[in-house]
Ligand binder design. Structure first.
Ligand code: DGL
Length: 273
């Protein structure tokens, strides 16, 4: 038995393309359908009610395209709206918070010294930080573990501008991350789609040996686990990728190319009903 329907991926914008790439590497025979709600980006500065309303509408559209699973690549939507999304979805839903928390706990356990639980730092948007979703997920796996949160809102426009390794990025990182070593955190979760683009700058602002957790790979593994062999497309030919966006400016194409690491040739504009 096989299931030819595409896997749906959703993000507020094009940052989630890093998750799409990870899923494509892990499941190369699957067709992927990506929806970026670029007309309403950013989600990370908005209220929980608005994020939930936007996510419900976007996921409703993705489901109407006949996807066999929904991957919520957006950390903010995963943190604030996963319950709403699960409520309206008849197919499996995979968010990025649980896989990210699992990877962080595994890294923290491996780096604890003399059985002393070192805190985990979570870097994310203001909305994700306010939700404490990562904190709850980490404590559920590892109850004694402290979690500190730092909102780094400027990292999103910096990543989109391609200013990931210049003095502006370095000075923003120095200010945002000063608390992390003071708190003794040696494991840091990149809890936003955009932050992996600033990996070198973030690592440079932290003590040597700090582990940065990027949830794209662990999320791809969770997607694979959510789709048992009978629900795969079958190893017929390499899968195709379709990229849908709710706003497609020239700037957005440039930004999408930065996340993909190659030109984002075909972005299709859609209007959410
Ligand atoms: N995709 C969002 C996230 O991962 C970042 C961009 C936004 O604020 O919408 O949290």
């Amino acid at each position: 038995m096989s299931d030819p329907r595409p896997i749906g991926l959703f993000d507020s914008g094009v940052g989630g393309l890093t998750v799409l790439e990870a899923v494509a590497r892990r499941m190369p025979f699957e067709d992927l359908l990506y929806l970026g709600d670029t007309a309403r980006l950013p989600y990370g500065t908005k209220s929980p009610e608005t994020v939930r309303r936007y996510a419900r509408r976007a996921i409703g559209f993705l489901l109407s395209q006949g996807v066999k699973a929904v991957v919520v690549a957006c950390n903010t939507a995963s943190a604030l709206a996963l319950d709403v999304i699960e409520e309206i979805s008849a197919v499996p839903v995979v968010g990025v918070v649980a896989p990210g928390a699992e990877a962080a706990v595994a890294a923290a356990r491996a780096s604890d010294l003399d059985g002393v639980l070192g805190p985990i730092a979570v870097l994310a948007t203001e909305a994700t930080v306010a939700s404490d979703a990562y904190g709850r997920a980490i404590r559920a796996l590892d109850p004694g573990r402290d979690v500190i949160h730092t909102a780094c809102p400027l990292f999103v426009p910096l990543a989109e501008e391609g200013w990931t390794e210049n003095e502006v990025a370095r000075s923003a990182a120095a200010r945002y991350l000063a608390e992390v070593p003071r708190a003794g955190a040696r494991v840091v979760v990149l809890g936003c789609t955009h932050y992996p683009l600033l990996t070198r700058t973030i690592a440079g602002a932290l003590p040597k040996g700090t582990i940065l957790v990027n949830s794209a790979e662990t999320t791809a593994r969770a997607v694979e686990a959510a789709l048992p062999p009978g629900s795969r497309r079958g190893e017929i030919s390499h899968g195709t990728t379709r990229l849908l966006v709710t706003d497609a400016s020239e700037r957005l194409r440039r930004v999408a190319g930065r996340f993909l690491g190659r030109p984002a040739a075909d972005l299709t504009l859609v209007d959410l009903p």
